[in-house]
Design a protein around this ligand. Structure first.
Ligand SMILES: O=C(O)C(=O)CO
Length: 261
């Protein structure tokens, strides 16, 4: 199992490349969001392993009118993913602009389900051609992302199952799942075969594990028992100090280090 940290949310007082260096030097892989406008050569020169990046820049996966834009912009980002060695490209059920739904939708239709599954399957085929995996992230709609349709973990799981492509997986975000659904241990068990990567943060506040109500030690134990060997990424703000947040994250998943020193 590998641990990654999202460079968009920690060491926020430092320039972006410096944040990546700090995360890498602390022994974690690195997640980034929008790669456009970032200095790819400087990022590469840090020597960091980049585990995931945002994998599209326009369109909504489940929207029949804009789903083609998701595939088109995903394809345009493939060279960046290959340049940085990113293996997982993250997509959402609906387009986010500055974290908000570009076209808020509060009702889901059969067409949206069918479009989502079909678009994800197209992304899977695109990913297979280039050796990357597209991961559909669940989001909470009660606090951070209102108006994103088919965003609950059980919805994204159903879409990934329906797409039935090995290069289309879930980005299972347990922070979002806790806000929307809870029942995290059962969720990771049922989603296990479809997980591309897991993201974590605590609730409330979206800070590092141990700052809120989620028992991440128990979640880590359940993941280890279920045989999860993939990446867990901390997509969280540091409650106080970023180095302390990284340490708390590592400690929460120490069950893995104990089993595989
Ligand atoms: O809120 C999230 O988890 C996102 O990935 C938005 O970019």
């Amino acid at each position: 199992m590998r641990l990654a940290v999202c460079a968009e949310m920690v060491f926020t007082d430092l320039p972006f490349v410096e944040r990546v260096k700090r995360i890498h030097e602390a022994g974690f892989d690195v997640e980034i969001w929008d790669s456009r406008g970032k200095d790819l050569q400087a990022l590469k020169a840090t020597g960091a392993v980049f585990s995931s990046m945002t994998g599209y820049s326009a369109g909504s996966l489940v929207d029949p009118d804009t789903a083609d834009d998701v595939v088109r912009t995903a394809e345009a980002l493939i060279p960046t993913a290959l340049e940085l060695g990113v293996s997982r490209m993250v997509v959402h059920p609906g387009e986010l602009v500055d974290g908000r739904a570009a076209r808020p939708v509060y009702r889901s239709t059969g067409r949206m389900w069918a479009t989502g599954a079909r678009t994800l399957e197209r992304l899977g085929r695109l990913g297979e051609r280039h050796g990357v995996t597209f991961c559909l992230e669940n989001l909470n709609t009660i606090l951070d992302h209102p108006g994103i349709p088919l965003a609950r973990a059980k919805d994204t799981l159903a879409l990934v199952e329906a797409a039935a492509h090995p290069h289309a997986r879930m980005m299972l975000d347990l922070y979002h799942a806790q806000l929307g659904e809870g029942n995290l241990i059962e969720l990771v068990r049922s989603a296990l075969p479809y997980i591309g990567e897991i993201q974590v943060a605590d609730v409330p506040g979206r800070c590092e594990p141990g700052t809120g109500e989620i028992n991440y030690g128990a979640v880590a134990r359940a993941l280890a028992d279920a045989g999860y060997e993939g990446t867990v990424g901390m997509e969280a703000w540091a409650k106080d100090d970023s180095t302390a947040a990284l340490d708390a994250f590592r400690a929460a998943f120490s069950v893995y280090a104990e089993e595989k020193p």
